[in-house]
Write a protein that binds this ligand. Sequence first.
Ligand code: ZN
Length: 411
Amino acid sequence: MPAPVCRFCSTPLHQTFVDLGVTPLCESYVSAERYNDPEPFYPLRAYVCDACFLVQIEVLVPPDEIFTEYAYFSSYADTWVQHAKDYAAMAVARFGLDGGSFVVEVGSNDGYLLQHFVAKGIPVLGIDPAANIAAAARKRNVPTLVKFFGRATARTVVQEERAADLIVGNNVLAQAPDLHDFIGGLKALLKPGGVATFEFPHLLRLMEENQFDTVYHEHFSYFSLMTATRIFARHGLRCFDVDELPTHGGSLRVYLCHDNDVAQPTGAAVAALLRCEQAAGLDRLESYATFAERVKETKRSVLDFLIDAKRRGKTVVGYGAPGKGTTLLNYCGVRTDFIDYTVDRNPYKQGKFLPGIRIPICHPRRIAETKPDYLFVLPWNFKDEIIAQMRGIRDWGGRFVIPIPSVQVIP
Ligand SMILES: [Zn+2]
């Protein structure tokens, strides 16, 4: 087997960051009709490049198999909807956007974010390869182009519409199989004097908080600020500011401009965060080498908890059906022998089964009907919201289990 090469610097990849075995596509929920059909499984191994430290997985699944009918509708998470609203208010004020501006979102999903610009009378365009969620966006009056983003799509938008004053991309950078084409496209689409903001989970948080279940086939790259700024710089984009956000377990929002834009001097936050990453050792290969052992220990502790609970005759059910839950439960080998079912508010997922381990996904009302002893929270990044929503389980003595960073039982 030839070694894969780094998608940024083309160095052969030898250093494993974490190996999660052979797993199915974590967003490809299994319908009842297809329950007896086989599923494709692919090796899920993340590498770290020993030249540029970009953490990445090989693209083994063609992206059009993953993203053209996507089950993640952003609008089903309340916290995320509020986050989008706050972002729109900030961006309009900070960058002076008005009815003459043009805002483009790459990976615009169901229009959860652009709808807030539409409400302020600002022209927008969403770009997303999934036709099913683009249809939902159009119902929110968010015009959406069903395409993968790259240089060719950027040129089409500039020719048929115009260059963008603001480009937004949230949790989409990781999903670009060809980083150079994607970021080259941003450079081409951004108007002189324009700004792009990108949010992505921060690799530093992933490592410090053991968020290995966010590694999945649909996420090709995992960025530190150090690697991200280098990749943007290669394409003539400068990171002039950065925010640390609590979303998705700890994300960065980077602010980008053309590298010669004197109107946007680079703020102190950028250098400060780069120093913080350096202090954490993100520029040294040995810092990455210890991660895999922590992941194995988490598997042992999840299984310890579940085995003990079942031996005591307790019932355990899941909450949520996020991609990270599929990664976690497949890696740990947890099926209905431990977790009877899970629930999700997204009707698209209800009645289906988690990929691989085939745990059924039910309507949330099932929890009140069956009164389980433990609620195993799979989208731990929304744990505060979920604990508040589901506090009723305490009426029958139910407890919450949060698996990441390490198993924690909350009464
Ligand atoms: Zn590299």
